[in-house]
Design a protein around this ligand. Structure first.
Ligand code: HEM
Length: 159
């Protein structure tokens, strides 16, 4: 199935990506994790994603959402996090040096009553060939915008 014309430039993302990530934040100890992202599309002007992580071989953070494209080069993100956050924001994508697809999003966050408070999530995805680099910054628990995650993934060949 062909991608919607608005999301055509995101075609390289579609599929499964696996790799390793490193996490940090001023309020917690650093940690490493196994990371998996699955991006999919249905011909509509959005790309769906599901992230699953593991630490010490146990399931940890997971999330799912959509990268919507309301127009050429424009991006919106909507995502749900089991830690009690709903993320909604805007972004953009562009191709750098003819070979690197760069996506970035900047979102405000609604928190459930018992969740730790996250005010803002800023993400970047850099896709070059079969390598995907993902970075996540957050303004959480009053710390200001600070990096929480950095991960390097490789495309899992489709069977
Ligand atoms: C946008 C996505 C994410 C958000 C908004 C988020 C948010 C947070 C927040 C608010 C905290 C608490 C900080 C504190 O207690 O001061 C935290 C801690 C933590 N996060 Fe994330 N996180 C995200 C993704 C991830 C991912 C992908 C992992 C990978 C395993 C992860 C692993 C952890 C760990 C291990 C801690 C510290 C221990 C704990 O509270 O469980 N987070 N995160």
């Amino acid at each position: 199935m062909e991608l919607h014309p608005h999301t055509e430039a995101l075609g390289g993302l579609i599929g499964t990506w696996r790799g390793r990530g490193h996490g940090s934040y001023p309020t917690i100890d650093d940690f490493d994790y196994a990371d998996e992202w699955v991006f999919s599309h249905s011909g509509k002007p959005f790309v769906g994603f599901v992230q699953r992580t593991r630490m010490n071989d146990e399931p940890r953070h997971t999330e799912s959402g959509y990268l919507r494209s309301p127009g050429p080069g424009l991006l919106e993100i909507v995502a749900a996090l089991p830690t009690g956050q709903a993320e909604s924001g805007t972004g953009s994508f562009r191709v750098e040096d003819d070979q690197t697809l760069v996506l970035s999003t900047d979102a405000t966050v609604t928190n459930t009553p018992s969740a730790k408070t996250v005010a803002r999530i800023v993400r970047s995805f850099r896709l070059r060939g079969d390598r995907l680099d993902v970075e996540t910054f957050m303004d959480a628990v009053g710390q200001g915008l600070t990096r929480h995650l950095v991960a390097a993934l490789e495309r899992v060949p489709s069977p």
